[in-house]
Design a protein around this ligand. Structure first.
Ligand code: NDP
Length: 247
């Protein structure tokens, strides 16, 4: 098993890509804490699946945009699971609109959650990782952060910001044995993309050389690699998981 005895904290672990990562890590021997926003049923289902794999699960409702709440959730995880080895920043939302009709609140909400949430968890785990002289941070960005996307100025800004944050944290913590990398998924089948119209879906598929959407598990495979000992010398990297969409 690739993560035997490790503890992972996965934000947005209740559904979609975060759930796939939580389950993949548990299957590879990790205990997993998941943070979620409000979907208690989905979070409970993920926890049950983790426990069925023989691992401990901790479920914490916590708005990642709230630094004090994140701090408390990290402390609770450290207390309950005995440490944190892997931090996955996956929680994310969309509020798509052209800039002309995008409200300032739509911009702030997406940046506060998708980018600010990552800052908050990294800040809350920072001294723990420094003291351990080990750790893995994996931030789920997006190809949209690399390419931009009409109708997603808020989301693209947050996802591009995550890449700058990733590289800066990678530089700050590399000498302490902590790696920090980003994954940039392309078009992945989850509830987030279920909301796309058939026309938008067709347009998206037209941009993908592999001619298909990716699965949450395919993103989880990349996260597993970056979390494992195999990736000990990889830091500050942005790994695209996109079927060739953004080269
Ligand atoms: P989903 O909408 O399926 O799941 C989002 C998850 O984030 C849920 O677990 C949700 O919790 C949680 N969440 C949302 N807001 C908060 C918050 N404020 N605090 C804590 N948790 C929160 O999304 P996906 O699985 O599709 O996406 C996961 C990540 O991958 C996102 O960052 C997204 O931007 C990124 N991504 C997705 C792509 C795709 O094609 N699907 C492509 C590229 C990147 P709850 O269940 O309680 O609502």
């Amino acid at each position: 098993m690739m993560l035997e005895g490790k503890v992972a904290l996965v934000t947005g672990g209740s559904r979609g890509i975060g759930r796939a990562i939580a389950l993949k890590f548990a299957a590879e021997g990790a205990d997993v804490a998941i943070l979620y926003a409000g979907n208690t049923t989905a979070a409970g289902e993920t926890a049950l699946e983790i426990e069925k794999l023989g691992r401990r699960a901790l479920v914490l409702q916590c708005d990642v945009a709230d630094l004090a709440a994140v701090d408390a959730a990290v402390k609770e995880t450290l207390g309950a699971l005995g440490g944190i080895d892997i931090l996955v920043n996956n929680a994310g939302i969309v509020r798509d609109k052209l800039v002309l009709s995008m409200k300032r609140e739509d911009f702030d909400a997406v940046v506060d959650t998708n980018l600010g949430g990552c800052f908050n968890t990294v800040k809350a785990c920072y001294s723990h990782f420094m003291k351990k002289r080990a750790g893995r941070i994996i931030n789920i960005s997006s190809v949209v952060g690399l390419m931009g996307n009409a109708g997603q100025a808020n989301y693209a800004a947050a996802k591009a910001g995550l890449i700058g944050l990733t590289k800066s944290v990678a530089k700050e913590l590399a000498a302490r044995g902590v790696t920090c990398n980003a994954i940039a998924p392309g078009f992945i089948e989850t509830e987030m993309t279920d909301e796309l119209s058939e026309k938008a879906r067709e347009a998206m598929l037209g941009l993908i050389p592999a001619k298909r959407a990716g699965s949450a598990e395919e993103v989880a495979n990349a996260a597993l690699f970056l979390a494992s000992d195999l990736a000990a010398y990889i830091t500050g990297e942005v790994l695209r998981v996109d079927g060739g969409m953004c080269m």
